[in-house]
Each structure stands twice: as C-alpha cells, then as structure tokens.
Design a protein around this ligand. Sequence first.
Ligand code: ARG
Length: 412
Amino acid sequence: MPEKIVLAYSGGLDTTVAIPWLIETYGYDVIACTIDVGNEKDFTAVRERALAAGASKVFVRDGKEDFIRYFAFPALAAGAVYQRHYPLATALSRPLMAKLLVDVAEEVGASAVAHGCTGKGNDQVRFDVGVRSLGPKLKIVAPMREWKMSREDEIAYAEERNLSIGSVTRANPYSTDENLWGRSIEAGVLEDPWNEPPEDIYSWTRSVADAPDEPATITIGFRQGMPVSIDGKEMDGETLVRHLNELSGLHGIGRIDMVEDRLVGIKSREIYESPAAVTLLAAHEALEQMTLSKPQLRLKERIAQEYADLIYNGLWFTAHHQDMAAYVRSTQRYVTGEVRVRLHKGTPTPVGRKAEHSLYSYALATYDRGDQFDQGSAPGFIDLWGLPVRVQAEAQLLTEPGSPLRITAAEE
Ligand code: ARG
C-alpha cells in the first residue's frame, strides 16, 4: 500500500499540478484537503478538479467560524498589525490550515502532508512550523520548493495530463490569497514598487474616487474586546465581518499598498484589501482609549508589535504566544461597549464611544459647571513632579558652560 499524504489543496494551478507530481515523484496516495476560510470558492468544482487530477479522496473543511473566533478576533483584540499596516489575514489563516491538515492526516493515517508554497515566501514557514508543532512525526513535502518548473512548465505539465486548470489560472497574472479577514495580492506589475496598482486588482473595495459622497455611520458593539453587534443587532462573527467587508469596502476602506519585510529576508511589494479588519481595528482602539489606563495602553502597544511579528513569522503554536494571548485576554476584561464609526472616502473614523466601565469621567474632564477636579491641588502636584528636575537643573545643567538650558536662554 502506498503511503498517504494530505495535500492542502486550493484548486489553483500549483496545487492541482502537485497531485500528479506527488504521485509520479514519490508514489504517494494523495488526499486533497481544502479549507474554507471564507475564500468564496465553488467547492464542488474544487473537489472534482482534485479527483480528476488523481487525488484518491477530497476533504472540504469549514474553518470559517474557528478562523474568526480563534485567529482573527484574538488578533484584533491584540491590535496585531504587521509593520503598521498589514492586518495579517493570510498569516492568520496558515496555522489553522496546518491544524486541520494535521487532523486529517491523523484521521486517514497519513505519514506526510504537503502544501503549495514556494521557497521564497512566509507561508511555507507558517505551514511547516505549524505542522512541526502539532504533528512532529509527519513528513512535509512542498512540491513547489522542489520542482524546477516555471508557470509555463506547470501549464504544459497539466496539459500533458489533461488536467482542468480553469481558464482563470492562466489569465490571472497575480498571486492572490483570500479569507474573511482580507485579501492579499502580489506579483505581476506590482513587483515594480513604482507602479501604481491597476484598479482591476481590487475586488472587495471601491476606489476612494468612486466611493459614495455620503458617509455611512454605524455602531459597532464589543464584548470583552470581541465585536458582537452592529447597530445594536447581535450577530455571529462571520456575519459581522462579511457585513463590514461589504459596507467598508463600498466606502473605499481597507486598501493597503506597502513594501514589507518577509521572514526570509526579502522585501516585497504587497497589496491588501481588508475593509472589515481596518474598520474593526479603528473601532477597537477607540474603545480601548476609554477603558484601559495609560500604562496598560502603552504596554499593550508594545505587545501588539511582538504579537504581529509572531503571527507573521509563523510562531502561532508556541508558549510565547500563549503567554501573550493570556496578557491580551486579561486586558480585554472591560473592553465592552460601543463605538460609532463614520465610514467615508477610504477612512473609518470613530466619532463616538461609550463603555460600561469607562475610565473617562465627564465630571473630571469638563471645563463647564459641575467640574469636580480640584484645580487647587495641581500646584502641589507640580511641585513634587518637577522637584527632581529643579534640583538637577540647579546643581548641574545651569552651571555647565554651553548648557542647552543657557543657550536657549541666551538666544532669547
Ligand atoms: N505577504 C503576505 C504574508 O506573508 C501575503 C502572502 C500572500 N500569499 C499569496 N499566496 N499570495 O502574509
């Protein structure tokens, strides 16, 4: 009996060609596993294509709910955004896929798993490291890292074997990946960072020029850092995210054009569409401003960066991640409330916020009547706050020739 291998199958050219390649090169019994993370595919066609290419079995796993609940929303609560712009849609889906691949491998008694990542990207790292931590005994095969085929070679290889590769594959000059949290687009003319992205690469967002002149204003409800409602209507995560992708996308929100640093050391030009993620990140931040203290906000910002790097770098299934997740969860205890967000011409702007356990106190902040802040205690506070500054200025800075304090004074 040939050994079994479970292939993460997208239905595209690369993974379709990988099926006969795995059979012919290594003699594997190939089991295709397609994971639905909201990537809107015709899964019946995908299934048939895998079988026609020689897979002995096809699994289609619905990962949407888990993706939102255990990956996208916790990343939102953490404020995880890579290099200040990328909400990590692709990166977040990989550990879930690795998990489901390992599950299927266990179910069917496979000794190996395979994926269609190239040797130049981040995704290979995320798959490989994820599989290594969850199924350390499994062998990992990445056909695209091994075969020396160009795209044309792959098409010829597919044609020789009469594989249906779909007309789209041939026409689309870009490499795209999508799930509920966002869409990633790379390659083709985008490889020249000076080229403005052609309008037709976008499929979830309108251009700002074509976005409606009238803004839309919505209210997003959060419970302990997790989005739970829109305009007072409770909904499950998938429905909420889909709704926001649609509405924010219509208003031109969520287009990202950046040059990012891959883990393998390459700088690459990436385009993203993440309308829901960008809107939710803005709303969530506005609610945290109301509910977290200054030092909590400050430390959390640092953790957010570390968290984003960890997700980007494929280290999801680690103790380091568990520790940071525990910290983030703890910070979200009081992040419950509502944020009113105006969606307009490419920008989600929080315009109102309220929280049950808000730290904002009108009585303390107001300049109107009803002010409860004791301004009489301010001078005493400032005396102590400024005490070490005064002592040091007198003892050292004012006595130094060329002291910056003196230069400023002399110039006046
Ligand atoms: N650069 C992004 C990342 O590493 C997106 C990768 C997109 N993958 C793709 N097959 N187009 O997360």
